[in-house]
Design a protein around this ligand. Structure first.
Ligand SMILES: Cc1ncc(COP(=O)(O)O)c(C=O)c1O
Ligand SMILES: N[C@@H](CCOP(=O)(O)O)C(=O)O
Length: 461
């Protein structure tokens, strides 16, 4: 399988090269040249298989030439071995036609572990073979950073620098990033919001001198391997609920559009997904884009679902690429306009194409809190605020087709918001019960590209 850039001007790469590269050199995001499809029989045959086997069957066509079959199977087995639930991504029923897909049983209690645990293993194997080392720089609103640090800490061939917005992540998220003691991981608290962190990462990739001198790699969902790993749980959930004989819809709490874009790929692979519903908090650029066609940034406002406090939604570029029938020049023009004007208008044809797959909804702070409280009272389920955003929007889209809402984080990662809504402070799992006692190590940094690059150059092992 070969990988091409959404902006059409970067070298075509293998899976391994695209994974180690992160952002394409033309500023675009890598995508597979073609999307492999699965027949109805192949999808039906996934029913009842262990998560790891489904993961292998879904992902193998994308990685084939880069890893040997047994090596890839071993990597998958190691990636999910520490998950705290035998099903890895269990389903829970909330209402007759509404299900919750629990994606928070990994080591850092958020869906990011599904991809990050896998790519930690993939990076290690690929770098060992090449005798290479890389510097990973990531931007986080809280969960990507903790999952990346957990997956890469202590690995010889990588240094990891994570930029998070100072004061805008939960205490649990911050401590997950600042308490690991391994010298190859570095938490950097940036004076700004998540979009500033993400812009800094992209600017570092576009600074070729810096990029090449430190061997820059990315583990945000700009990295195709991140998206690919997330395609798997759409298959396990849909098949458990009767696919391919039955259509299934999904509602996805959305920020950077990586998770829901994985659902889009699953649909293109042949999984009968009826609707993919984007659920946003008050940072609702994606909801506005789908409903009005105007993709316009409007400042990030802090919310009780902080991981979704995002306005420039990276992976929307990938959806735009398909909505423009693979026209990289058209995507590049829109991205230039985003950078210079702060937004763009989606053409009618592209908008219609997006609306064939995606619906959307926006949830206020009050509605998020009320949903956490109501679900606790009605079902006993304690939702994290991001999952509550998803449940609220899903309830507005329920119909004859079973709806699965992705529960993207454990409520214990956001105890203040959950306690305010329910009066219950969800405890951390035993294995991290001492998180509040551990020493923190963090560097505060200005939103200044030169200063960030200097610090990374100095700190690399
Ligand atoms: C808990 C949680 N829910 C939802 C999201 C949104 O996911 P995505 O950015 O893939 O749209 C994030 C962050 O990405 C998150 O950390
Ligand atoms: N919500 C994310 C933001 C970064 O998203 P990514 O999926 O592109 O890594 C976070 O928790 O950091």
């Amino acid at each position: 399988m070969r990988y091409i850039s959404t902006r059409g001007k970067a070298p075509v790469l293998s899976f391994e090269e695209a994974m180690l590269t992160g952002l394409a050199r033309d500023g675009g995001l890598y995508l597979p040249e073609t999307i492999p499809t699965m027949t109805e029989d192949e999808i039906a045959a996934l029913a009842g298989l262990p998560y790891e086997e489904v993961a292998f069957r879904v992902m193998w066509p994308y990685v084939g030439e880069s890893f040997a079959e047994e090596e890839f199977r071993g990597i998958i087995a190691r990636a999910y071995a520490e998950f705290g639930h035998v099903a890895r991504a269990p389903l829970k029923q909330l209402a007759p036609n509404h299900f919750l897909l629990e994606l928070f049983h990994g080591p850092t209690l958020a869906f990011k572990d599904f991809a990050m645990q896998l790519i930690g293993q993939l990076f290690e194997a690929a770098l060992k073979r090449r005798g290479d080392r890389v510097t990973i720089v990531g931007a986080t609103s809280g969960d990507t950073g903790s999952a990346a640090i957990e997956a890469f800490r202590g690995l010889d061939a990588v240094d990891v620098f994570i930029l998070y917005p100072h004061g805008r992540v939960s205490e649990v998220q911050r401590r997950q990033m600042t308490t690991p003691s391994e010298s190859n991981v570095h938490a950097l608290a940036l004076d700004g919001h998540f979009d500033d962190c993400q812009a800094a990462v992209k600017d570092m990739f576009n600074d070729f001198d810096f990029r090449d001198s430190v061997g820059l790699a990315g583990v945000n969902s700009i990295n195709w391997a991140r998206v690919l790993a997330q395609v798997v749980y759409y298959f396990t959930a849909a098949v458990a609920l009767g696919a391919p004989a039955r259509k299934i819809s999904f509602t996805v709490p959305t920020g950077n559009f990586g998770d829901i874009f994985a659902g889009y790929i699953a649909r293109r692979m042949g999984l009968p997904i009826e609707q993919l519903v984007i659920a946003t908090n008050q940072n609702d650029i994606l909801h506005r884009a789908i409903t009005t066609g105007a993709y316009k940034t409007d400042g990030v406002s802090p919310s009780i679902s902080p991981s979704m406090d995002i306005q420039v939604s990276s992976n929307f570029e990938r959806a735009l690429f398909y909505a423009h029938d693979g026209d990289g020049a058209a995507v590049a023009a829109l991205m230039d306009e985003l950078k210079s004007e702060g937004g763009f208008t989606i053409s009618q044809g592209a908008l219609e194409s997006l609306r064939e797959t995606f619906a959307s909804g926006r949830v206020s702070e009050e509605e998020t809190s009320a949903t956490i409280a109501r679900l606790r009272a009605e079902t006993g389920e304690i939702l994290c605020p991001h999952s509550a955003v998803g449940v609220h929007v899903a309830e507005q889209h329920l119909g004859a087709t079973p709806m699965v809402t992705l529960a993207t984080a454990h409520p214990a990662k956001f105890p203040d918001a959950v306690e305010a809504a329910t009066g219950i402070r969800p405890p951390l799992p035993n294995r991290m019960a001492d998180l509040y006692e551990r020493d923190e190590r963090v560097t505060r940094i200005a939103n200044d590209l030169g200063a960030i690059e200097d610090l990374i150059r100095e700190r690399r092992a």
